[in-house]
Design a protein around this ligand. Structure first.
Ligand SMILES: *[C@@H]1O[C@H](CO)[C@@H](O)[C@H](O)[C@H]1NC(C)=O
Length: 167
């Protein structure tokens, strides 16, 4: 019986390192994860908080984004994930996650153990030997949401504040 178990394990183990399925993608509130459901660029997924409910997460097919999405958090998240993928990160085997709480500061999330997301992550491409940075400008962009429709009103409130700002 033990032998049979071992044989079954030997057969199953290679399957476990195969690409993650959609259901296996990590969904961690307040984190960004880059993962891949296959080996192609089309398979890259960014998993990030929802615009309206930050404890919910959404899975984004990065290749399906439109150019206009790149000025939103979803765009910078996807650029970052695709950059990691280009440099050979094994996103199929292991998702790359970081904590968005206190974005850009040193440290890690004490609950999940993931390090805090930074504006830049250095990557080393094993194939080319080139070191470069993958940029994540989560701080510069907002969520794409209906709240954008209210921005002219928000601006009216903000303008006097900007005028008061010490120069
Ligand atoms: C926000 O998302 C969480 C996790 O998906 C869910 O449990 C909760 O009900 C949602 N809250 C609202 C207000 O939709």
């Amino acid at each position: 019986m033990a032998l049979l178990h071992r044989m079954a394990l030997a057969l199953l183990l290679p399957l476990q390192v195969a690409a993650m399925t959609f259901n296996e993608l990590p969904r961690i509130p307040q984190h960004l994860c880059c993962a891949s459901v296959g080996s192609r660029r089309e398979d890259v997924r960014a998993i990030l908080p929802e615009a309206f409910n930050h404890s919910a997460v959404r899975v984004v097919e990065c290749m399906k984004l439109q150019n206009s999405d790149f000025v939103y958090r979803v765009g910078t998240a996807c650029s970052y994930c695709e950059c990691l993928w280009e440099d050979g990160a094994d996103l199929e085997g292991t998702a790359e996650c970081c904590s968005l709480t206190n974005f850009g500061t040193p440290g890690y999330n004490q609950i999940t153990g993931y390090t805090t997301c930074q504006k830049y992550k250095q990557t080393y491409n094993l194939k080319t030997g080139i070191v470069r940075s993958c940029e994540l400008r989560y701080d510069m962009y907002s969520f794409k949401s209906a709240a954008c429709d209210r921005s002219p009103v928000a601006l009216l409130f903000l303008l006097p504040l900007l005028a008061l700002r010490p120069t």
